[in-house]
Design a protein around this ligand. Structure first.
Ligand SMILES: CC(C)(COP(=O)(O)OP(=O)(O)OC[C@H]1O[C@@H](n2cnc3c(N)ncnc32)[C@H](O)[C@@H]1OP(=O)(O)O)[C@@H](O)C(=O)NCCC(=O)NCCSC(=O)Cc1ccccc1
Length: 152
């Protein structure tokens, strides 16, 4: 995989997801990369309008970043294991749960770093640990539950 191609560009270039869809010009357009060691990593530069009203990054934006970065690692894991999207689906899995802890304020003026890894995986569901950090400290952390998406 070419290093300049994000996991989003590889697996769902036409997706219009607000957080990570390459095709949503008004979205956050998160770009995640496989680090070759089973993790996905990303850097995200906040915009001033992502303010939470206290001069820090809004909690909903943080949750979206954690959700969407975990999507990247889940989609990559699914591809590696031979669990592609089912016929008619753009994605192989969908978020079924997201348990977020806001540990410290996250900055608005600096890029933040995301890291995610799959804790457990069956074809039915996966569990992911995902962290948002800045300046060497975890700012937010989440456990995400992903379930197989079956179009109906
Ligand atoms: C305040 C608390 C929740 C609890 O902390 P405590 O029980 O008091 O524990 P403790 O004192 O141990 O501090 C823990 C760590 O936190 C740091 N710190 C604390 N205060 C400050 C400060 N003022 N400035 C800078 N840092 C501060 C503190 O230095 C320490 O870090 P350290 O170990 O030294 O490196 C803290 O965990 C936190 O800020 N989390 C992030 C919350 C967050 O970003 N939420 C989402 C956005 S809100 C939203 O979007 C929703 C909304 C919008 C509009 C309207 C309404 C809602």
């Amino acid at each position: 995989m070419a290093p300049d191609r994000s996991l989003q560009d590889v697996y769902f270039p036409e997706l219009r997801c607000f957080g990570c869809g390459p095709a949503n010009a008004d979205g956050l357009r998160l770009r995640s990369f496989a680090d070759g060691d089973g993790r996905a990593v990303a850097r995200f530069t906040p915009s001033p309008h992502h303010d939470n009203g206290l001069g820090h990054l809004n909690g909903g934006i943080i949750a979206t970043l954690l959700d969407c970065h975990s999507a990247a690692v889940v989609t990559h894991e699914a591809h590696e294991r031979g669990w592609p999207p089912l016929p008619g689906a753009a994605l192989p899995y969908v978020t079924a749960g997201l348990d977020v802890s806001y540990l410290r304020p996250a900055p608005l003026e600096h890029a933040v770093e995301l890291s995610a890894s799959v804790l457990s995986a069956t074809e039915a569901e996966m569990t992911v640990e995902v962290v948002l950090a800045w300046d060497g400290r975890d700012r937010s952390r989440a456990t995400a539950l992903w379930k197989r998406w079956r179009p109906r």
